[in-house]
Each structure stands twice: as C-alpha cells, then as structure tokens.
Design a protein around this ligand. Structure first.
Ligand code: PLP
Length: 401
C-alpha cells in the first residue's frame, strides 16, 4: 500500500488519512466499497499459485472469500490500528462480538480470569454464564480494588478484563498499577476502551495487551451502524482472524465504509463531546435539583486525579441523580427537547436514559441498589450539539423534577 503520511502525526490527521492507500481504483479519493461475497481467479494455475503462496504470507495479498477478508474492511482496520498505535486491528460485527471472540481465543477449558464489577452488563453475562458452561471460571472484583484483584489470582488465571471509563459511574483504571499486577503474574490484559476512544487515551501506551471497542459508539459516531474491533499485536489479531473465519462474526463492506467515513471526524467530534461533557457536568453539579454527578473531569469524581493524569479529555457521558425519586427523574427526562430517550452513546445526537429502566428493568430493586443504581439515576450521553442549547434545554427540563 502506498501512503505518504508522515510518522508521528496527531490523532485527527491519522483519523483522516491513515489506513488509506494514496492511489486506489478508478482514481477515487475515497476507499471504494468492494461489495462482493467472493473473489475470482483467472484460471486454475492462478488458484493453485494462490494456495501455494498463502502459507508464507504475513498479510494477505489478495482475498478469496468474504468471510476471510475484504479490502474496504482492511482499510478501516488499518486506520483503527494507526489511531491506537497498534500493530494491527480486526473489525467484527459488533462490540459484543469483539469481546466474546477475544475471550474465546485467549481462554481454554480449566482457565480462570478476572473482570471488574462495572463491566458492560452483556460482558458480565458472557463471562459468568456462557464461559462457565465451557469450564472457564471468572472472578468479579470491585473497580479500583487492586488488592482484591491480586488476591483473586490463582495458578490457572490467564487474564484480567476491565473497562475504563466504566458505565454508568465512569470509574477510570490506574493503568500502571494494573499492568504491574499483570506482569508480575504473567497475565494478559484486555481493556474495553469504548468510553475513552484513542483520542482521549491509548491504553496500549501503558502496556495493556489488547483493547476492544464497540465501534458502534464514538468511533463510528453517527448512531447508524453496529461494529466492534480488537487492537493489539499482530500475533493476537492473526489468531482472531483465524477464529473469525470459523466463528463468522464479520463486518460487511458498506459498514466498513461508514466506519472509515465516521472516523475522519473523530478528533473534531471528540473535542465537542469532551467540551459538552465537562460544561454540562459542571452545570449539573451546581444545580439545586441535582443530588450527585459522576464525571471524571469533576474534582468530586473518585478517579479525577487518575483521569486527569492519563486522559486528554473525559468524554461525553455524564451520570447523575436528580434530587427526587424515580418518577421525578422520568418527568425530567420526558421534558427534555434535545436529547432522545434511547440506549447507547457516542453518536452525534445526545441520548438520555433512566439507567434502571433501560439496563436493569429485570433486576430486583435490592440487587440494583447493591450496584449503586438508584431509580433517580440518569445517564446523559452528550452528542455534538451546541453546549449552550443543551444547557438551556436541561435547565428548562429540570424545572419539572
Ligand atoms: C455498547 C457497548 C458494548 C457492546 O457493543 P455493541 O456494539 O452494542 O455490541 C460493549 N462495551 C461497552 C462499554 C459498550 O458501551
């Protein structure tokens, strides 16, 4: 692939140019959508030559079938790898597919691993129910409790999986401490970096082995597709590619094109998400109708100093309790005119949700409370709208609490 991109460019420049060939078919500026299920060979000799050569390739020089690769997908993967400063990246059909495929290739029957309690709910379900059926054991520890994490390590422990920042309380990891524990016990580290994005923090630079993302969120950024990725060493992504060919959770070329397109504005969008997050967290913290706000950019957040030392921005998600009960929070949400009521985050449109109704409706109230999820807890995933307009809208809606 011919590229002229200088090394060491900023994330926004990499987001625009990295991963894309300088010259592509038909003199197109943008990466073409190679919308095909399979690929042709000129004759039988060409097919045999391909089969002979394939065994010696590090990187595929051509593709034979859609489940094993696609040129549009390769370009999006190369851009994601450049953004994280990784050797390689692999795109899969959703964030959950990224997490499940990664854990399936890194763990075997009889292995044990550790996750933190505030991981994405479906991740916890996969770890505690699915993997248990295959004889893979998991211990859940509280976020920020590194002594409990180290105490949970057994002779058969293989890896530590965590998120940072987490949902909904935006707890942030002490990466040097986590990496130190993992290295002393020879464990792999896997981080779900969805809430951070490579614009705000790049976990691989701290010595983390693998980062997974729900590309659905900030990376694609427009609330219009589902995808996931895993970034890290070439060795791991090669194993993941082989697994993907068998498991089949591939991303289609049109989705890859939308990811390429979305990534070009990642730096611009994150600047606005970060600015909205900080301004609105401050506005809410000072408001009499708000009891408590969780945002790593606020000095009151338990991980503020960690986050301030390691992140260049704190993202667009702000969680808070209104000074009321569940119905009071619902009245406030229903009175908002800009944010839509919807799950998810990271897109250009602001989304708002009452956490227990969206994510814990089937959970008993006492179990929700044990996780700190009160009925009046609201999660606001800020988009890229004008900060002043958002504040004015929240201010009028808070009158209804
Ligand atoms: C949304 C999300 C996921 C799941 O991603 P999908 O693309 O919806 O499968 C995983 N982890 C985090 C932190 C998320 O926010």
């Amino acid at each position: 692939m011919t590229t002229r991109l200088p090394t060491g460019v900023s994330p926004q420049t990499a987001a625009v140019h990295a991963g894309e060939a300088r010259y592509v078919a038909y003199h197109s500026l943008t990466v073409p959508i190679v919308q095909t299920a399979t690929y042709t060979f000129e004759n039988t000799d060409a097919l045999i030559a391909y089969q002979e050569d394939k065994m010696f390739w590090d990187v595929p020089e051509r593709v034979e079938y859609g489940r094993y690769g696609n040129p549009t997908v390769y370009a999006a993967e190369a851009k994601l790898a450049a953004l994280e400063g990784a050797e390689d990246a692999i795109l899969v059909s959703s964030g959950m597919a990224a997490i499940t495929t990664t854990l399936l290739i890194l763990l075997s029957q009889g292995d044990h691993f550790i996750i933190t309690e505030d991981c994405y709910r479906r991740t916890r379900i996969f770890c505690n129910s699915f993997l248990a059926r295959y004889g893979i054991d998991c211990t859940t520890v509280k976020p920020g409790d590194y002594d409990a994490m180290e105490a949970a390590i057994r002779p058969n422990t293989k890896l530590i999986f965590s998120e940072s920042p987490t949902n909904p309380f935006l707890r942030c990891l002490d990466y040097p401490r986590l990496v130190d524990i993992a290295q002393r016990h020879n464990l792999k580290t896997v981080i779900d970096g969805t809430f951070g994005t490579p614009v705000n923090i790049r976990p691989l630079e701290f010595g983390i082995d693998l980062v997974v993302h729900s590309v659905t969120k900030y990376l694609a950024g427009h609330n219009d597709l589902l995808a996931g990725c895993v970034v890290g060493s070439f060795e791991t992504t090669t194993a993941l590619r082989q697994a993907q060919g068998v498991i089949g959770a591939v991303v289609d070329p049109h989705t890859a094109f939308l990811i390429l397109r979305g990534l070009k504005t990642l730096g611009l969008r994150m600047a606005q998400h970060n600015a909205n997050g900080l301004a609105i967290a401050r506005f809410l913290e000072d408001h009499p109708k708000i009891r408590k706000v969780w945002y790593p950019g606020l000095v009151s957040h338990p991980d503020h100093s960690l986050a301030a030392a390691s992140m260049t921005g704190f993202g667009g998600v702000v969680s808070f309790e209104v000074e009321s009960d569940g119905p009071g929070a619902s009245r406030f949400i229903d009175a908002c005119r800009i944010p839509h009521i919807a799950p998810s985050l990271g897109g250009v449109e602001s989304l708002i949700e009452q956490v227990y109704i969206v994510s814990y409706y089937d959970t008993a109230p006492e179990d929700r409370l044990a996780l700190g999820i009160r009925d009046e807890l609201v999660r606001l995933a800020l988009g890229v709208e004008d900060t002043g307009d958002l504040i004015a809208d929240l201010a009028q809606a808070l009158e209804r609490v």
